[in-house]
Design a binder for this molecule. Structure first.
Ligand code: FUL
Length: 503
């Protein structure tokens, strides 16, 4: 009866001109666009081009240097006399970046203004700057210029930390929009002039509160309610992107997120959407994680007597951040001479050696790789398993749309000693993988699961799995095997992997 009534209703509707019109529109919408390359359908949200490039920077340095270096402080109050800034030598950003490069880092972010408001460049926006510093080295200091020049010379990425909170400025938190208009946006514009090739501007989200500030002599406590509105972030983001198209606006800027701790770890499950250590599988915006961590045992700024953490601990941080779909910005503070101390330089060299020795000799290209399922080729491109070992990040292995389980098997003619597997998704079409396993075998018949009790869920931009399941003692003796099998057990849609490296 119900079926009969529905049929009548449909017949009646079919005669209506409105429905005919709707039907023809529907037909148009449902026509599939030509897809000669048989490219997989995207899984939204997608990253912007600048976010992809930013992710490729992976591991970079943070350099906290400024007024606090000379006052043994972490958060100055903003009323410090400019003359207290008095480097004992000419600050040397080139040495900072050279050291970072030795550690295997691809770039760095220099703090050029911290919350105390003291500017490390000859700004026109305030007198609280190097121009009124305590000696000739101070007055000749221009960190953004020297930093950008050195980075270009060394072929490294660079960017600046410019604190939106400003404990020196009379305007900050005064109930008007003067601060954004007269100080903060002009400062960002000045900094953009030091190079259109910046990869990140770092904006901390501090909103004032229970820390007393100078605020132009008011010596009081101030708070703002909404950082995004107060700093006019949408406007700032557009203006910076007009000048620096690849510059990701971190933090309040909204294009990359804080990983939720300062201890150098991301969640084993880590989505590039949402917030915090694990992100959100269903987040509606691409918002990848960056982990800011200290390589020394005290504050962000240099304090006499401090020392760098051990290379093994730093390597563990690397595995728990870069190896878990986050970037790692590792802080190495210059001392009062404006140089990195010898102990820091040595530790960074040790870290670089560990990274090269452990994650530098990829065994995957010497294997034959086969997939249980492979997407049909397009006119000029394939989606074959071999794409994951061709050294090209633009070619990837894929299954057909909707096929979310598949295996990739690596086979070597001789047994290998295996310790780590690094996998990378083709994130331009979205983050997809939700579950995987890794197994090894000596005969291709009996398989043993590897990676201990670690969650084998997300991959994202990059996931590195220590096969012994430990990030703190990951190297060990390794596992002897002729075969390694990766099984994608669950994904939002066809898994797309562009690179797999096996060490
Ligand atoms: C925080 C700041 O308050 C710290 O001083 C430091 O700069 C850190 C990296 O970000 O939000």
């Amino acid at each position: 009866m119900k079926h009969y009534a529905t049929t009548l209703l449909l017949l009646g509707l079919a005669a209506s001109p409105a429905l005919l019109q709707a039907q023809s529109e529907f037909t148009l919408v449902s026509q599939q666009p030509a897809n000669p390359e048989n490219e997989p359908r995207p899984v939204f949200p997608l990253p912007s081009e600048r976010q992809v490039k930013w992710n490729e920077t992976e591991f970079y340095a943070f350099f906290h240097y400024g007024m606090n270096t000379y006052t043994n402080s972490e958060w100055g109050g903003g009323g410090e006399a400019e003359t207290l800034f008095a480097p004992t030598a000419k600050p040397n950003p080139r040495q900072w970046l050279e050291t970072a490069q030795k550690a295997g880092m691809k770039g760095g972010i220099a703090v050029v203004k911290h919350h105390d408001g003291f500017c490390l460049w000859p700004t026109k926006t305030t007198t609280h700057s190097v121009l009124n510093g305590g000696n000739d080295y101070a007055r000749q200091t221009n960190i953004p210029k020297d930093f950008a020049d050195a980075a270009r010379d060394l072929d490294m990425k660079y960017g600046f930390y410019v604190s939106p909170w400003d404990l020196n400025s009379a305007y900050w938190g005064d109930g008007t929009d003067n601060y954004a208009k007269k100080v903060f946006l002009p400062q960002c514009a000045e900094l953009a002039e030091y190079g259109t090739d910046q990869f990140e501007m770092w904006f901390d989200g501090a909103t004032g509160g229970d820390h007393q500030g100078y605020y132009g002599g008011a010596n009081t406590y101030r708070t703002i309610r909404n950082a995004t509105l107060y700093y006019d972030i949408p406007n700032l983001r557009d203006s910076i992107h007009n000048v620096c198209p690849d510059c990701v606006m971190w933090g309040v800027g909204g294009e990359a997120r804080w990983i939720g701790n300062e201890a150098g770890w991301a969640g084993e499950t880590c989505w590039s959407m949402g917030s915090g250590t694990s992100g959100d599988e269903n987040g509606y915006e691409w918002h990848p994680g960056e982990s800011d961590a200290k390589a020394t045992n005290r504050g962000w700024f240099w304090h006499d007597g401090e020392s760098p953490l051990g290379a093994e601990r730093l390597f563990q941080m690397y595995l728990e951040t870069v190896g878990r779909n986050a970037t790692l910005i590792l802080n190495i503070p210059p001392d009062k001479s404006g140089h990195l101390p010898a102990a820091t330089v040595q530790r960074m060299e040790e870290l670089g050696t560990l990274l090269r020795n452990r994650l530098g000799n990829d065994l995957a290209p010497s294997a034959t790789v086969t997939a249980s399922v492979t997407r049909a080729s397009g006119q000029t491109r394939t989606y074959d398993a071999a794409n994951v070992i061709d050294g090209n990040k633009d070619t990837y292995w894929a299954t057909d749309d909707g096929v979310t389980q598949a295996t990739l098997t690596f086979a070597w003619p001789e047994a290998q000693t295996l310790r780590y597997v690094a996998m990378m998704e083709y994130i331009r079409l979205g983050q997809r993988v939700k579950g995987f396993t890794i197994e090894t075998s000596t005969d291709g018949k009996t398989w043993t699961k590897r990676g201990g009790s670690m969650q084998k869920t997300t991959i994202g931009y990059k996931r590195i799995v220590p096969l012994n399941g430990s990030t703190s003692a990951s190297y060990g003796t390794g596992f002897s095997a002729r075969y390694l099998r990766i099984t994608i057990t669950d994904a939002k849609d066809s898994p797309l992997l562009h690179t797999i490296k096996i060490y």
